[in-house]
Design a protein around this ligand. Sequence first.
Ligand SMILES: Cc1cc2nc3c(=O)[nH]c(=O)nc-3n(C[C@H](O)[C@H](O)[C@H](O)COP(=O)(O)O)c2cc1C
Length: 188
Amino acid sequence: MKAIAIVGSPRKNGNTEILAKHTLKAIEEEGVDTELIRLAGLDIKPCTACMVCEKKEWCPIKDDLFPIYTKMKKADAIIFASPVYCGSATPQIKALMDRTGFIALWNGRVFDRKVGGSLAVAGRDSQNFTLAQLDFWFHQVGCFIPGSTGLNVAFGNEKGEVEKDEFGLKVVWNFGKNVAFLVKKLKT
Ligand SMILES: Cc1cc2nc3c(=O)[nH]c(=O)nc-3n(C[C@H](O)[C@H](O)[C@H](O)COP(=O)(O)O)c2cc1C
């Protein structure tokens, strides 16, 4: 059993990564393997609507996407984590969502009935919109999204500031526990 978290911030070791690691720790404690995938430093280009994926489980754009798609396909749970950028998820994670979502759509809906869910970090605002934006992908691809004790959002600007958001940390921790619970239920 494995859960992966894909971090859409271009800033390594930033608040989003801290929040995602905290979530994965809660999952790992329950005996589910985890992996954090940072998009920072990777090349993830936007979809060009070439429609090659309609005929073949493949994307011809030469960049770092396909190995991540393969990991997503193998995982039992997928978590997206993004900082809010101008009221929205980052373009890096949106590009990944568009392309992996479309490859999956035309090739047997490979994410159907996996566990999924999202985390969003804001300096100040638009965290709920960004969370919904990320979560809609899981609805579209047929994943089960477990709840928590609140919305999976947290606040911070400077690197590490999110560690002061105790409520946000607790909510994503509880979300992680529910992810692990659901993965185990679905696998046994
Ligand atoms: C280009 C850019 C746009 C941002 N836009 C917003 C915004 O609209 N609302 C907000 O609350 N914070 C905004 N922020 C702040 C980030 O969401 C915040 O600093 C977050 O902690 C960054 O996460 P990271 O440390 O994982 O990169 C923005 C930051 C950047 C660099």
